[in-house]
Design a protein around this ligand. Structure first.
Ligand code: SAM
Length: 249
């Protein structure tokens, strides 16, 4: 049978495509792309002439079985998404799961992903982290989701769209508190790349005051919850005791 290649493509800077990705995209029988017009520009840039077909969230369930038949018949297919690594907040899960279930060989061609790119430069703990993808778009649902994460000790990583970033930060301040540290990673690998670490409250004010920070593609990282340590608690107990003692007759 043929092979299904899962190929990562750039998240902005075209120079980030790997030599192996180009080679595979040239050599396969077909490229399954999330948006064929969008990917057409990428393929043209690298003089890749492989025919494309559309595989997006609306047709993936119906198309996947057909693609599996073609793979089993010996065709090789490369799966790409609009940017970064397929399946990471992008289509492809149904196809890859079905391929595995059907005994089709699945080969990853690694490369950029905004998640790892942001983590690598954020300066927050990376030994353990949680990828939360996109938060719900409505505020009530978004706050509920954030409430469930208040005591999560691992670094939290979210994808957010630029037109919701102001509301999202407001909800994060409300739920996590203004002094929790966080990082905004915007337009990674692109001309206006901006990575800023500060307390959530300060980040919210900065983004609200500067409409340029409300444009483009954004990853939001939030430091994990840390238990106030014993020294801090003891000092606080001492202080309260002192206040009480002063009030005593
Ligand atoms: N599959 C992609 C990956 O591996 O990163 C993610 C696709 S998801 C539909 C798009 C989201 O990823 C954006 O809303 C943004 O949160 C994040 N993203 C993608 N490219 C980015 C970039 N250059 N800078 C910052 N965030 C980016």
């Amino acid at each position: 049978g043929g092979t299904l290649y899962v190929v990562a493509t750039p998240i902005g800077h075209l120079g980030d495509i790997s030599a192996r990705a180009i080679e595979v995209l040239k050599q396969v029988d077909r490229i399954a792309a999330e948006d064929t017009r969008h990917s057409g520009r990428l393929l043209q840039h690298f003089a890749i002439q492989t025919p494309m077909l559309a595989l997006h969230e609306h047709n993936e369930r119906n198309s996947a079985p057909l693609l599996i038949e073609q793979l089993q018949a010996g065709q090789s297919i490369a799966l790409i998404s609009d940017a970064g690594t397929p399946l990471i907040s992008d289509p492809g899960f149904n196809l890859v799961r079905l391929a595995r279930q059907s005994g089709v060989r699945v080969v990853p061609i690694p490369g950029p992903s905004a998640l790892i790119c942001a983590l690598s430069a954020a300066g927050l703990a990376t030994d353990r982290f949680v990828f939360e993808g996109f938060l719900p778009s409505k505020s009530t649902a978004r706050r509920n989701r954030l409430e469930q994460l208040v005591r999560e000790p691992r670094t939290l990583v979210f994808y957010e769209s630029s037109h919701r970033i102001v509301d999202c930060l407001a909800d994060m301040v409300a739920v996590f508190g203004a002094s929790r540290r966080a990082v905004l990673a915007r337009e990674l690998t692109k001309q206006f790349e901006t990575i800023r670490q500060d307390e959530l409250g300060a980040l919210q004010q900065w983004v609200e005051a500067d409409s340029n920070q409300q444009k483009g593609e954004i990853v939001v990282l939030v430091e994990g919850w840390s238990q106030p340590d014993d020294d801090v608690l003891n000092a606080e107990a001492e202080r309260i005791l002192q206040v009480l003692l002063e009030e005593l007759p």
